[in-house]
Design a protein around this ligand. Sequence first.
Ligand code: NDP
Length: 327
Amino acid sequence: MFKALVLDKVDGKTVSAIQELEESALPEGDVLVEVSYSSLNYKDGLAVTGKGPIINKFPAIPGIDLVGRVISSEDDRFQPGMHVILTGWGVGERHWGGMSERARLKGDWLVPLPAGMSEKDAMLIGTAGLTAMLCVLALEEGGVRPDDGEVLVTGAAGGVGSVAVALLAKHGYRVTAATGRESESDYLHRLGATHIRSREEMSAPSKPLEKQLWSGVIDTVGSKVLARALAETSYGGTVAACGLAGGPELETSVMPFILRNVRLQGVDSVVCPTARREQAWQRLQSDLDLALLGDVGQEITLEQVPEYAQKIIRGEVRGRTLIKVGE
Ligand code: NDP
């Protein structure tokens, strides 16, 4: 028997409860993992509160990422005792996820824990940190260099935003952190932000072209904030768009693209190819100041997940939230 947070639908509402399950209840897969940690991402918040259509088959176990130890495996690449990371691939959505002491997964979805990285660090990074790294790679590939000028990160006090600020600052970029929480200014400066910009200012309606301010942008918010970020991006700049915390719509014009050579690069972490994931995890291992993660993260239990799911949807969670699953 093992313990898991199980979601169900009752009278059209998503409800959650900690349950004891048998291993035979787990979905099909070729690797059985003893989960140590999962983490709380915005998408998990949508799943647990039922505020977004993340899960369509109930009962279900949420948790879009996890780290743990292989118990048994029919995949030659993974032997019992190996430590593995899982992010994305529809786990915690279509396939039972990480908020469970056991997970049965496909070997194709797993990445070995990089040497020198602890399980805890891996989940403090989690899907959000991986996504932040993929965004940094997108800026680098767009030719954005530290001496090109200021880089903007939106939704900066959230999970993706916090890791993005820390990664960019470590690489010598000057970072402006856009946040709706002035109270998090000190935290963002500690992560390496040089300037703070208010969400209010970023959400104000924008003209097709505004004053050129950013050599690059990492946007986790979408909607009006992304429209303004595009209008403010300097000639030849790159905007990496990965999120929709402020809404999925985007009303903009072609002007930044055809007059300023601006590149809008989408970033996906869910079905991102394995080679790209491994590259990103290696870069996280070598580039991220893991000491900062203590500041970025907080640890909760499975029992606290419903409370924190509400908080993350309300935009009240700072940085990363680690979920301790196993002993
Ligand atoms: P968090 O909730 O931790 O962070 C989101 C941040 O966005 C908040 O902390 C807040 O930052 C800001 N925000 C929240 N609501 C609003 C609003 N209405 N208007 C403007 N800003 C707002 O989430 P994550 O960091 O986990 O995820 C961020 C986004 O990235 C989400 O939309 C998520 O779905 C997406 N995502 C995408 C992935 C991909 O593969 N493309 C992978 C992972 C995440 P502040 O308080 O600083 O203003």
